[in-house]
Ligand binder design. Structure first.
Ligand code: C2E
Ligand code: CA
Ligand code: CA
Ligand code: CA
Length: 278
C-alpha cells in the first residue's frame, strides 16, 4: 500500500510538472501569437426571440497552436490575464471584430457586435482612448460595440472599474454583465454598474426545463432585469423546449447551439446572406 501511495504521488508530481511546463510554454508562445496570425475570432449569432433575426454576434477567440493544435480560451485567456498580455490581445480582438462587423453590417440589419473584456484590460492605462482610436480607425461607432464583462473579474478594486465603465457608457458603448448569477455578488453589482444588459448564465438555461428551481431563477432574473430597465439575453440555449420556456417568460434574446455554434467570419457572413435571402 505504501509503494502504491508513493507511485500515486510520483504520478501526481509528474502531472503537475507537465502542467507547469505547458503553462510556461503557452505563456511564451502567446506573446507571439498575434504576430504569427495564430489567433482568430469566431462569431456566435445573438438572436431576437420574437422575429428570429440576428441582431448581434459575440466574438469568441480561438488559438491555433503550432504544436498543441486548438487551445480553448478557457485555458489561455487566464494565462494572458496573469501575464498582462491580454491587453495587447484585447486590442487585436477589438480591431478584428470592428473590421469584421463593417462587413457584416453591409449585408444585414445587425445593430451591434459584442466583445469580451477582462478586468485587466479595463485597468490598462489609456484603455478608453486606445479603444476609441481603434473603433474610429475601423469606421465604427461606440454605439455598435457591446462590451461583455464577467462579474468574477469585477470583484476586485470595484471603484476603479465602476469609474471606467461609467466613462465607457458616456462614450456610447453598450455594457453587458456576462454569466449573471454565477457569483455571490451578482445583485450588488447591479446597483453599482452602469449596465445595459444582463446575460443569464448557461448553467441556469441548462436546467430550466427539467428543474423547477432553475426555471424560477430564470423567471426571476428576467423580471429583475425588467424592473431595473435592463435588457436580458439567455446564453447556451440548445433546445426548442428551452427557447419556448424563455419566450413564455418574456425573454427577448438568446444565443446558443440551437441557432448556431460560433462560426468563422466567412461562415457567419454566409449565414447572414442566407437569412437576408429569405
Ligand atoms: P463566455 O463569454 O461565457 O462564452 C460562451 C461560451 O459558451 C463560448 O465558449 C461558447 O462557444 C459556448 N457556447 C455558446 N453557446 C453554447 C451552447 O449552446 N452550448 C454549449 N455547450 N456551449 C455554448 P468558448 O468560445 O470556449 O469561450 C469560453 C470563455 O472564454 C468565454 O465564456 C469567455 O469567458 C472567454 N473568452 C472567449 N473569447 C474571449 C475573448 O475574445 N476575450 C476574452 N477576454 N475572453 C474570451
Ligand atoms: Ca461572453
Ligand atoms: Ca457568458
Ligand atoms: Ca457562461
Amino acid at each position: 500500500a505504501k509503494a502504491e501511495g508513493k507511485n500515486t504521488y510520483a504520478f501526481y508530481q509528474q502531472h503537475l510538472t507537465e502542467k507547469t511546463i505547458r503553462y510556461h510554454e503557452l505563456e511564451a508562445d502567446l506573446k507571439l501569437a498575434v504576430q504569427k496570425n495564430q489567433l482568430v475570432l469566431h462569431y456566435q449569432p445573438k438572436v431576437c426571440i420574437n422575429s428570429n433575426k440576428v441582431f448581434s454576434a459575440e466574438a469568441l477567440i480561438r488559438w491555433q497552436h503550432p504544436k498543441y493544435g486548438f487551445i480553448s480560451p478557457l485555458e489561455f485567456i487566464p494565462i494572458a490575464e496573469a501575464s498582462g498580455d491580454i491587453c495587447e490581445i484585447g486590442y487585436w480582438i477589438a480591431k478584428q471584430a470592428c473590421t469584421d462587423f463593417i462587413k457584416f453590417k453591409a449585408q444585414s440589419e445587425m445593430s451591434s457586435i459584442a466583445i469580451n473584456v477582462s478586468t485587466k484590460q479595463l485597468t490598462d492605462s489609456g484603455f478608453i482612448k486606445k479603444l476609441n482610436n481603434i473603433i474610429t480607425e475601423a469606421n465604427c461607432m461606440p454605439q455598435w460595440i457591446e462590451l461583455e464583462q464577467t462579474e468574477s473579474a469585477l470583484m476586485d478594486s470595484q471603484r476603479m472599474h465602476v469609474n471606467v465603465m461609467s466613462q465607457l457608457r458616456q462614450c456610447g458603448y453598450k455594457l453587458a454583465l456576462d454569466d449573471f448569477g454565477t457569483h455571490y455578488s451578482s445583485l450588488s453589482q447591479l446597483t453599482n454598474l452602469p449596465l445595459h444588459t444582463l446575460k443569464i448564465d448557461k448553467s441556469f438555461i441548462d436546467h430550466c426545463t427539467d428543474n423547477k428551481k432553475a426555471h424560477m431563477i430564470v423567471r426571476t432574473i428576467i423580471q429583475l432585469a425588467d424592473n431595473l430597465g435592463l435588457q436580458t439575453i439567455a446564453e447556451g440555449v440548445e433546445t426548442s423546449e428551452q427557447l419556448d420556456l424563455l419566450r413564455s417568460e418574456g425573454c427577448v434574446a438568446y444565443q446558443g447551439y440551437y441557432f448556431s455554434k460560433p462560426l468563422p467570419a466567412e461562415d457567419f457572413e454566409k449565414l447572414l446572406s442566407a437569412e437576408s435571402a429569405q
